[in-house]
Design a protein around this ligand. Structure first.
Ligand SMILES: [Zn+2]
Length: 363
């Protein structure tokens, strides 16, 4: 096999067997329906489906009824099954199984503890008081990931998100817990969910708490809404983002390109997610080629693979089908970009780069 041949001819199986990195992957966006079904049965929770196949159908119908429905009911249902330390541990463990199945050798998994406090069914927070502390929640997920690492040999770290609709005081509490949990593989504070209605400055104070600590910062910005450029600038200037989630418009603006290059900010591109959520019509719109040519640290990531019904391999494969200039060497470089913009320590990054190179050199 010629590793430099055009990607239009690269088979999906060839991408699948290569080592890959996922830097933008939500824990609650990657729980397989079989796992959800088992958790529901164990906890005697009634699901709107008789088996995992029907459950998959349920999610598909939600999407057909509009994205808002999918987000509210879909993620609401998934997180309602992730309300105890035991279930959080199980879903984290299963996440590592999913990573291994797709030959992902390193991932930074993100989730927002505020959705897992034990009081929530379908996002009805604030009733009945918080049962699980943010620290307990983080530790439960960490235990599951460690157990998974032991069994499947896939290394992971955690990004602790603030679901941005939360009050700023909640954001501050999440940030404090994330900082306290650095020993549990927490490498960054993240900001996720609805950017259109809750701009990044809402959680400025929470992010400021991480300045000068060992935690890095990853902010969803430039994904949803009409203020994409402004949100990216605020995330960089005020939240001091080390990486941007999505940031799908950077290639269109000279000032953004210069800024991310100057500050060495990683772009966690999620093309398949943007297509799924109808934010872009074509993957070309992200301008991966321009980002590449400019030497930007762009990586390709999955976002919510089980929920949206694809894998990281699918994401890369479908991108290559459209961006036919990406050959196997291009895929390797995208993985190296991911390693270099990961939140690993320098020596760990170098070890990861060696593993990637090894995986792409063997033909
Ligand atoms: Zn995301």
């Amino acid at each position: 096999m010629d590793k430099n041949r055009n990607a239009g001819a690269i088979k999906k199986s060839e991408i699948k067997i290569r080592p890959k990195i996922d830097l933008h992957r939500h824990l609650d966006g990657d729980v397989k329906t079989e796992v959800l079904f088992n958790l529901a049965r164990k906890n005697k929770i009634h699901l709107p489906a008789k088996n995992s196949r029907e459950l998959a159908e349920y999610f598909k119908n939600l999407k057909n009824a509009g994205l808002a429905n999918l987000f509210r009911e879909g993620f609401g249902l998934v997180t309602s099954l992730m309300q105890t330390p035991e279930n959080l541990e199980i879903t984290a463990y299963e996440e590592v199984r999913n990573l291994n199945k797709d030959n992902i050798i390193y991932a930074e998994i993100q989730f927002a503890p505020q959705y897992h406090t034990g009081e929530s069914v379908y996002y009805n927070h604030g009733e009945g008081g918080q049962k699980n502390s943010y620290e307990e929640i983080i530790k439960s997920v960490w235990r599951g990931l460690k157990h998974g690492e032991h069994d499947f040999g896939v290394k992971t770290n955690l990004i602790i998100d603030i679901g941005r609709e939360a009050a700023p005081e909640i954001g501050v509490e999440v940030a404090k817990a994330a900082i306290k949990c650095a020993q549990y593989n927490v490498v960054a504070l993240g900001l996720a969910t609805d950017e259109a209605n809750f701009p990044p400055e809402r959680h400025r104070q929470a992010f400021q708490l991480t300045f000068g600590t060992e935690l890095k910062r990853s902010v969803h910005a430039g994904e949803f809404g009409s203020q994409l450029h402004k949100n990216i600038i605020t995330s960089i200037n005020e939240l001091k983002a080390d990486r941007l989630g999505h940031a799908r418009i950077v290639s269109q603006y000279e000032d953004l390109l210069q800024k991310i290059k100057e500050k060495n900010i990683g772009i966690e591109s999620c093309p398949e997610s943007n297509i799924f959520t109808d934010l872009i019509k074509s993957r070309h719109e992200i301008g991966i080629k321009r980002l590449f040519e400019e030497g930007a640290l762009v990586s390709i990531n999955s976002d919510d693979p089980a929920m949206f019904g694809y894998t990281l391999t699918d994401t890369i494969y479908r991108l290559c089908k459209e961006e036919t200039w990406i050959d196997m060497e291009g895929i390797r470089k995208l993985q190296i970009n991911a390693a270099m913009s990961s939140f690993l320590k320098q020596d760990e990054k170098e070890a990861l780069v060696r593993l990637i190179n090894k995986g792409y050199d063997t033909n």
